[in-house]
Design a protein around this ligand. Structure first.
Ligand SMILES: [Zn+2]
Length: 460
């Protein structure tokens, strides 16, 4: 993850339409395609953090994810159940982390699995993934111990994601396929370069910075290769993925899958949701989005064709992948589970750990609960019995720090034009909210449009 002087550089061969100064396609080795696919496996919170560090002054917002991330940053540690909760959202971990250690240029955390214990570990026999966790004895678990984590077999012939050793073609809109003469000709013909007269070849070096620019461009451009390598300065500043929303999304609620209830403050004249007042369960749900890898946001949403370049990359990832990605569920590490788990996610069960020296079993604590209290089961990230406001673009603030009058004034609303509706959401709406968070900056209205009642309330 860190840049070093011995940084890996890939050489990409760009086939360029010189007349229009546009990349037709790039020729790349398997190792580069692996790096490209690894972008899809980054948790959304990690992507936001990377892009903010990459271009500090003019970051392109990624749907509502940038606001979600900033809400975690701005929220006081006191609002979270434990300090570790804030840490696991700001630096989300993914089940891909271990596999990605084989990448030639790895953006996932490279430190592998670390385990932390308190200073009286031999008595407590508890450990945690986060150094900010509290042990059952109440002490901070800031002592790192060696752990018997998964070892990575460096002799595997396949890439991390891609099978075999072929070379590949990546089109400007990020369709990746095994290179063949037929495919080369088809791509050239499709852009009117069939006679080769206007086609040139360029070699470019790709390192950490270029991969960051590419990551930024897949959210902001329909021609990420051209924008990354030919006109570096043109930052579009708009999310270009298609903003079509699921029209079939009804109000039906499946009680069996859990329900979250909150109040929506709705403007009567156009039935727009201005903001939401909610408890910690809705905020837990929204914050857990930050731990979901990009590929899972697309996978869970069902239809990848509406995600533009990212959708193309995802489709290629599914076709070329050496590992199974057919499941329509996201898989997250166990510590991201919440009391009301409305997302279609599978929570990976924690493996059991042993101290390397004694083979004595060690209990892994839930870093979201105080003092490793296991009894409460899947707790959440936020303190219980708290109230929050959530804006349409998913800025989340504790209600203690804002007043309703202040918000309504800012939104230039009149009391007569406002009504409060109780909204109930289940899995279907939660999935829709996850999708909307990526493709629009108006996530609440996009996802909850069918959940609000359009009939004006009877005046009493
Ligand atoms: Zn202890």
């Amino acid at each position: 993850m860190a840049k070093s002087s011995g940084e890996t550089k890939f050489t990409l061969k760009l086939v360029v339409d010189e007349e229009n100064n546009k990349v037709v396609f790039a020729e790349a080795c398997r190792d580069f395609v692996d790096v490209l696919f690894s972008l899809l496996t980054l948790p959304m919170g990690t992507i936001v953090r990377f892009l903010e560090n990459h271009r500090k002054s003019e970051t392109v917002p990624i749907g509502c994810f940038s606001n979600l991330y900033k809400s975690v940053v701005d929220m006081g540690t006191d609002d979270f159940e434990t300090e570790a909760c804030k840490q696991m959202l700001l630096y989300p971990r993914s089940l891909w982390d271990v596999h990605c250690r084989r990448l030639k240029l790895n953006l996932h955390p490279t430190d592998g699995i670390k385990l932390f214990v308190c200073s009286t570990f031999t008595i407590c026999k508890m450990c945690s993934y986060f150094s900010t966790s509290r042990c059952g004895c109440g002490m901070l678990m800031n002592v790192e111990i060696p752990c018997n984590g998964i070892t990575v077999d460096k002799n595997i012939q396949d890439g991390v994601f891609v099978r075999g050793r072929s070379s590949f073609i990546i089109t400007d809109d990020l369709k990746v396929a095994v290179r063949s003469t037929d495919l080369v000709l088809r791509n050239l013909n499709s852009v009117g370069c069939g006679d080769f007269s206007t086609v040139g070849e360029r070699l470019v070096d790709v390192g950490f910075d270029e991969v960051m620019t590419l990551l930024e461009c897949i959210f902001s451009s329909n021609a990420p290769l051209t924008d990354t390598f030919l006109n570096r300065q043109s930052l579009q500043g708009v999310m270009k993925t298609c903003e079509t929303l699921s029209p079939d999304l009804g109000r039906e609620i499946d009680e069996s899958e859990g329900v979250i209830t909150f109040s929506a403050i709705v403007r009567k004249h156009d039935m727009k949701v201005l903001y939401v007042e909610c408890g910690e369960d809705f905020v837990d749900l929204l914050f857990s989005f930050l731990a979901v890898p990009l590929e899972s946001v697309i996978n869970v949403s069902g239809d990848s064709s509406t995600f533009g370049c990212i959708g193309n990359l995802f489709k290629s990832f599914k076709v070329l992948s050496a590992t199974e990605v057919s499941t329509s569920k996201a898989v997250l590490p166990h510590y991201y589970t919440c009391q009301k788990q409305l997302l279609n996610i599978i929570i990976e069960q924690p493996q059991s750990f042993h101290r390397n020296s004694t083979k004595e079993p060690v209990a892994l604590i839930d870093s979201k609960s105080h003092g490793g209290d296991q009894s409460s089961g899947g707790s959440g990230f936020m303190k219980r019995d708290a109230k929050f406001t959530v804006s349409d673009d998913l800025i989340i603030t504790p209600m203690t720090s804002s007043s309703a009058i202040c918000i309504l004034k800012k939104l230039e609303s009149r009391a007569k034009d406002i009504q409060v509706q109780e909204i109930r959401i289940s899995k279907k709406q939660a999935t829709s909210l996850l999708r909307a968070s990526l493709v629009t900056s108006s996530a609440l209205n996009a996802a909850l449009w069918n959940s609000t009642s359009k009939k004006p309330k009877q005046e009493t």
